[in-house]
Design a protein around this ligand. Structure first.
Ligand SMILES: Cc1cc2nc3c(=O)[nH]c(=O)nc-3n(C[C@H](O)[C@H](O)[C@H](O)COP(=O)(O)OP(=O)(O)OC[C@H]3O[C@@H](n4cnc5c(N)ncnc54)[C@H](O)[C@@H]3O)c2cc1C
Length: 471
């Protein structure tokens, strides 16, 4: 035996300490399992360190700047708004630190052993964990894989970390770029592009398909486009990026736009064209697990892979690549390992985009509901008729409810407007509890408040809306 090469038996081995892995580890520990969690980097994964949290902190800071700059119609005149960006970044890092520190103490409090190291499968129920000083073999009863994803690189625009950057670097810039090109109009590019535009950058978004936020209801996207225009953001759709020239001071990107070659120059290019699952360097083949052609690991409804001792959750288990989906799957996997009959049901999965205005949706759209054979009733209540939205100076958008015409059962909702990301939770709960529009209409909502828009839209389904004319 080589010095330092020894084997350890573990009950549940969790690989990855992101919102999938750490939640799975805590849930398994709660259910009486002895859990070891291994991560090669920081606890909290992408979400806490390079994703959801730092991006939302930056978006919030940018919103504050934008608000004070645009408050003169309320009689608030602010002269000489200046952003000390290094302080903004420092504040964002402090937010992140509080949360990652919280994860560490929660794991400790639940007696989860945390190991820092890189995992590689060496057999069906064994992994090698390479730490800085040695390599240990772990033999597991069950393993939950939650190794997440990384920014996808395009060959013609390889990341250099300086001029051609991913979301990771975009969250850690030293200064606000004067000009920023965002390649990819999905939610990550859109959120960060909007934030930098609010902070003063001249932003151009180059999107390959014919719409921003591909896959999102166009009537929702329309409002976002309108605000991007107000912010001075240029959106170019059907733009297929060909190459980038970084030889000068900045960077020039060449794209084919509707058959024509066009050039765009900036200080930096943020490439945000999707995420690649971290499954290629795990030695999955040794465990009898195969990823699909895009690198995602197929699972059953209990998150079990082809190897019945191994579960895969979160980004590596496929779309949607969202933190709350990762945590949800982590809980299910942990419960299955503990012998509970849990399985996933994505009917009420919330999708949230922190654009301006915010977008959120869950369940079925009108089109999807019709395709599923429902006789559909749709009711849309405008934020322009909601007192709280008006008093927040944020009356753009709507709360739309899709329900079954006969039973009035809530099937889905689409929200564009203030606090859409929070408001969607009420709909998620309604769907989860099997509530119908009458239940929502009968629920007393505080006035004035944004959630009243859900009540009003639900009343529209029932046919007794007060603050809009019933159809
Ligand atoms: C800019 C940005 C903004 C986002 N905003 C949101 C948002 O607002 N809402 C939302 O729901 N989602 C958001 N996401 C997506 C969210 O971050 C991911 O869906 C989520 O982090 C996935 O969780 P996970 O546990 O599957 O993996 P991750 O969070 O990616 O964690 C995986 C962990 O595994 C570790 N690891 C990888 N390989 C190994 C190995 N071989 N051995 C040991 N450890 C390993 C990594 O170090 C990492 O810590 C955002 C992402 C980005 C990039």
């Amino acid at each position: 035996m080589v010095v330092g090469d020894f084997s350890t038996e573990v009950d549940v081995l969790v690989v990855g300490g992101g919102p999938g892995g750490y939640v799975a580890a805590i849930r398994a520990a709660q259910l009486g399992k002895k859990v070891t969690l291994v991560d090669k980097a920081e606890l909290g994964g992408v979400c806490l360190n390079r994703g959801c949290i730092p991006s939302k902190a930056l978006i919030h800071a940018a919103d504050e700047v934008n608000k004070v700059k645009n408050a003169s119609h309320m009689g608030i005149e602010v002269e000489g708004v200046r952003v000390d960006f290094s302080k903004t970044i420092q504040w964002k890092d402090e937010v992140v630190k509080k949360l990652t520190g919280g994860v560490a103490s929660l794991l400790k409090g639940n007696k989860v052993e945390v190991v820092q190291g890189e995992v590689y499968f060496s057999g069906e129920n064994t992994v090698k964990v390479a730490t800085e000083s040695n390599s240990t073999t772990y033999e597991f009863n069950h393993c939950i894989l939650a190794t997440g994803s990384r920014p996808t690189q395009i060959r013609s625009l390889p990341f250099d970390g300086e001029k051609i950057i991913s979301s990771t670097e975009a969250l850690n810039l030293k200064e606000i770029p004067e000009k920023l090109i965002v390649v990819g109009g999905g939610y990550i590019g859109l959120e960060l592009g909007t934030a930098y535009a609010k902070l003063g950058a001249e932003v151009t978004i180059l999107e390959g398909t014919d719409s921003l936020l591909p896959g999102t209801d166009p009537s929702m996207v329309r409002m976002v486009k309108r605000n991007l225009k107000k912010l001075g953001v240029t959106v170019v759709t059907n733009a297929m990026v060909q190459k980038a020239d970084t030889s000068g001071n900045g960077v020039t990107v060449t794209a084919e736009v509707k058959g024509e070659e066009k050039s765009y120059s900036a200080d930096k290019v943020l490439v945000s064209v999707g995420r690649t699952p971290n499954t290629d360097e795990l030695g999955l083949e040794h465990a009898g697990i195969e990823a699909d052609e895009r690198g995602f690991i197929p699972t059953d409804k209990q998150m079990r892979t082809k190897n019945e001792r191994v579960f895969a959750i979160g980004d590596i288990a496929g779309q949607p690549l969202l933190a709350h989906k990762a945590s949800y799957e982590g809980k299910v996997a942990a419960e299955v390992i503990a012998g509970e009959p849990s399985e996933v049901d994505y009917r009420a999965m919330p999708f949230v985009i922190f654009s301006d205005p915010e977008l959120a949706y869950t369940g079925l759209t009108e089109k999807e509901a019709k395709e599923e054979g429902y006789d559909v009733s749709v009711s849309r209540f405008s934020f322009a008729a909601n007192g709280r939205a008006l008093s927040l100076d944020a009356a753009d958008g709507f709360f739309q409810v899709v329900a079954d015409k006969e039973t009035k059962q809530i099937l889905g909702a689409q929200i564009v407007g203030p606090e859409a990301a929070s408001l969607i939770s009420e709909v998620v709960l309604a769907i989860e509890m099997g509530a119908n529009a009458e239940d929502i209409a009968l629920t007393i909502h505080a006035h004035p408040s944004l959630p009243e828009t859900f009540m009003e839209a639900a009343e529209g389904i029932v046919g007794n809306a007060i603050h809009m004319v019933n159809k």
